[in-house]
Design a binder for this molecule. Structure first.
Ligand code: ZN
Length: 411
């Protein structure tokens, strides 16, 4: 992929010769059920009045007050917020999380590069770096992940002690409970114990997750999902992914596979997919499929994606046709998702969103032609997307696991 940068893009406050700090004392968040529930509400909806937390969670105000006091002990709520107002008429401060009190690392592994960020507890990015990846052999990837963790911790200096854990996401089937990548065609991995490989190298709690699922967690807690009952994310790029959030839960499926709309058979039946089947959405709509189609018709085997986009924007009929076919198939896929799940909105993200103008019209035409009844009330929103956003998703996934007590349990 030609547009993947190969050098660090975000100078740290320390130089490249900065030494890695001593291993931080990994902290843990309080995880009593009521505390977890209250912290989740304040993270997602804060600043929020105490009475509103009680209403949303079904907890008594006394229980909320106890939970808030516990969170304040850990520095997660600003001190002035957690005290009850005693003076009559004095306004009560709404509750909000002290986002800098705890930090998380998020890492996404691509075929040719690793991207890493440090975020606050509210998934705001503080630092980001990227490193080229010379090999996708699991041990080499784990070495690079450890290096990225070291660099991010060095950037933080003394604040490294506030990092509570790391999320590492890859494409493919992932068993997050066991930290095993079951199958990642793009990395050519089968049953890789990535969590253990990273933890053998660096002592910190690690959550391994599927990259689209991690992105869905970021939207669930800190994006379009905050007030939604159901939403979907479509990611377009080298692969076509889909995250589903239905009736308050991210859909994971019983077998580690859910939302694989890139492999719905909505494309031409004669096109062979990288998965070995025919007619998948990815045979028409992935970046490599689009470029391949234009290369073949123009008999130009060296054409790049960047050149394909320039041709299409310049009105070249062959190039425009390839993007429009991709848009039509993606629209069919989105109508399928809307008809099955009925989300309030579908977010279109991923690297190819930069070229969304070339997909948009056909995508919406196909969607509207095939969406059923009220499912068509679903709004489709395109969101600019970078590799850093993928890494932020990994951090959000780690934050959610931390808050729910699932990350600490693995350490
Ligand atoms: Zn396929």
């Amino acid at each position: 992929m030609s547009d993947v940068p190969t050098a660090r893009d975000n100078d740290s406050t320390t130089g490249d010769d900065a030494t890695v700090p001593a291993a931080p004392k990994w902290g843990r968040l309080p995880t009593a059920p009521a505390v977890t529930t209250v912290l989740t509400e304040i993270l997602k909806h804060g600043p929020i009045p105490r009475i509103e937390v009680a209403r949303r969670t079904g907890l008594s105000q006394t229980a909320v007050t106890k939970a808030v006091a516990r969170l304040a002990e850990h520095g997660l709520i600003s001190a002035h917020d957690h005290r009850r107002s005693s003076a009559p008429g004095r306004p009560v401060q709404p509750l909000s999380v002290h986002a800098e009190a705890a930090l998380a690392i998020g890492i996404t592994v691509r075929v040719d590069a690793i991207f890493g960020v440090v975020t606050t507890l509210r998934a705001d990015v503080r630092h980001s770096i990227h490193r080229p990846l010379a090999s996708t052999v699991p041990a080499a990837v784990a070495d690079s992940v450890a290096t990225v963790i070291d660099l991010l911790l060095a950037d933080l200096g003394p604040d490294a002690e506030r990092v509570l854990g790391a999320g590492v996401a890859v494409s493919g089937e992932v068993d997050s409970d066991l930290g095993i990548v079951r199958n990642s065609p793009r990395l050519n991995w089968t049953d890789v114990p990535l969590r253990d490989l990273v933890r053998e190298r660096r002592e910190l709690p690690v959550l391994v997750d599927n990259d689209v699922r991690a992105l869905s967690v970021a939207e669930e807690w800190f994006g379009i999902g905050v007030d939604a009952n159901s939403f979907a994310i479509l990611t377009i790029g080298a692969g076509i992914g889909c995250g589903l959030y239905v009736n308050g839960d991210i859909v994971t499926g019983d077998h580690g596979v859910a939302g694989e709309i890139g492999h719905l058979p909505l494309g031409p039946s004669e096109l062979l997919c990288t998965c070995g089947r025919y007619g998948c959405v990815e045979t028409v709509a992935s970046t490599s499929a689009i470029v391949h189609a234009i290369r073949t018709t123009r008999q130009d085997p060296l054409l790049t994606m960047r050149e394909a986009v320039a041709l299409a924007r310049g009105g070249d009929a062959v190039a425009r046709g390839a993007f429009e076919r991709a848009g039509s198939v993606l629209g069919l896929a989105l109508a399928t998702v809307a008809n099955l799940v009925g989300p309030s909105s579908i977010l279109v993200a991923g690297e190819s969103v930069a070229n969304y103008d070339l997909f948009d019209l056909r995508l919406r035409e196909a969607f509207e032609a095939h969406v059923f009844g009220s499912a068509g009330a679903c709004t489709i929103v395109a969101k600019s997307h970078t590799f850093e956003d993928w890494a932020r998703g990994s951090a959000a996934s780690a934050i959610q696991a931390l808050v729910k007590g699932k990350l600490a349990a693995q350490s």
